[in-house]
Every structure is written in structure tokens, then in C-alpha cells.
Write a protein that binds this ligand. Sequence first.
Ligand code: ATP
Ligand code: MG
Length: 267
Amino acid sequence: METLNENMAGKRGQMIVVGGAKGGVGKTILSVNLSVALAKRSVKVCIIDGDFQFGDVNLAMDIQETFTIKDAIEAIGTLDVINMSSYLTQHNSGVNVLVAPDRPEYADMITDENLTKITSLLLDIYDYVIVDTGVGFHENSLPFIERADKLLLVTNLEMATIKNTKRMKETLDMLGYSNKIEYIINRSTMESVLNAENVAEILGTENPYLVPNDFKYVSQSFNMGTPIVSGRATNVVAKAIFKMAEQIASKRGPQRIKQKKRLFGIR
Ligand SMILES: Nc1ncnc2c1ncn2[C@@H]1O[C@H](COP(=O)(O)OP(=O)(O)OP(=O)(O)O)[C@@H](O)[C@H]1O
Ligand SMILES: [Mg+2]
């Protein structure tokens, strides 16, 4: 109830976009599990599957949707804060999912204007709007990156991924989005020429989120559609994602207080 009241008081939710410069780095696993971990903190969370062509958030969460974003767009003129949620599918964790279209060709009907309306309604309703995106600056990812409060860039320890991540960062810097970027070094304990510390140095970041490597556990969870943070945090990957959710939530608290203080003219 507390969160409903917060939103009724007119507080805007936080939009967290999970992106990456290479396919298969863990964007979907991390967005889904971050959403579920945040929902365990009694806040209202939704996840948009922003990989409009080949989205698989519904598989990762084992949900059977009635509607997808395509249906929401077909009803765009009538969408409001009351009926928007009916286009989302609720997962048993409490996370609400705006599922990607079921056919790749429908991605073309998703315009910038449609996304502006949908994201702004969702930010009125939810405390956190998490977006799982396709690779890089896909034409469908950019509108989300532009609107993000926070952009979590996922990399791993592989040379090609690090090179692309650095390039993506440089472009984001040029676009003026540097202050939105935070890094997740996924599979950070993987055997590689470079370790997580080297990667952080190359990317010029001091405090990346580190998520360890456990392929058997993570891929099993993905294939079964059971998020790893659904149960108790006994696994190292689950522990790291809970920690990330805690850090994200605690960073947000003071920000909100600051905003309030500014409203009342207190420095
Ligand atoms: N921390 C981890 N440890 C081990 N394996 C992982 C980890 N995170 C992700 N994986 C594995 O990496 C693979 C790709 O993950 P995922 O589908 O989340 O990546 P993606 O970036 O969303 O891919 P795409 O670009 O195709 O959307 C999966 O098989 C998953 O099990
Ligand atoms: Mg994915």
C-alpha cells in the first residue's frame, strides 16, 4: 500500500535500462532477476521487453501473456493510468511484464511517440520500470536509452565485448548520457586473459556491479523460466543480484529526499 500511496502522491518511477554492446552477455537474465529482486523490497516493479523482435522475457519468467506491447499500441489513443496495467502480465513475484510482440515484423509498428506515451504511463504507476533491450544502439533501444534515468551496461571479460562496450560508452558520452551509465561486469569470475579489475580500468569505472559466473545454475534457471532470485539467495549469482538491487534502491532514497528538499527551498 505504501508504494501505491507514493505513486498517488505524484512521484515518478525510475526507469532503468539494461543494455549491452554484444549479444548474449546476460541482459535478459540480469533485467529479469533485478526486477524480481527489487519487487521483493515491496516496491511496484514492471519490466518492458524492449527486444521487440526476439524478446524472451516471457520465457525467462515462464509467463503466458494475453497481451503484448502490440495490443497496447493498437489501443494507444485510449491508454491511461487506469487501463495501462491490463496490457501487462503479472508474474508470481509481483513483477508486471509488458511482453514483446510475438512476431518480429510487428516491431516496426512501435514508434517513438507510442513509446513516449507507454513509458510515461508506466512511470506514473510503477516505482521501477526496468527495460531489457536488444543489442547496442538498435533503433528500438535508443528511445529507451534516451529516456533512461539509469543505463546499466552489461559486459563480460571477453575482448570483443569490452571493445564494443568501450565504443558504446564513447557514443553515449557524445550523446551526453555519461552520467546515466553504470556497468555490470557479468560472469566476472570467468576464466579469461583479463580479470574484472582490468575491465573496470579499461572502461574507466571504479564501482561496477560484479555478477559471478555459474553457467549451469543460470542457464538451468533460464530454461525452466524460474528467476534465480525467486528463492532464497544461496547461490553466488543470486546473492550478487540481491546486492545490486539493494545498492540501486539505496542510491535512490537520498535522491528523492534531495528532490523534496529542493522543492521546499532547503539546500
Ligand atoms: N552470471 C552468469 N553466469 C553464467 N552464465 C550466464 C550468466 N549470465 C548469463 N549467463 C548465460 O548467458 C546466456 C545469455 O544470457 P541472456 O539471454 O540473458 O543474454 P542477452 O544479453 O539477453 O542475449 P541477447 O543479446 O540474445 O538478448 C544464457 O545462456 C545465460 O544462461
Ligand atoms: Mg536478451
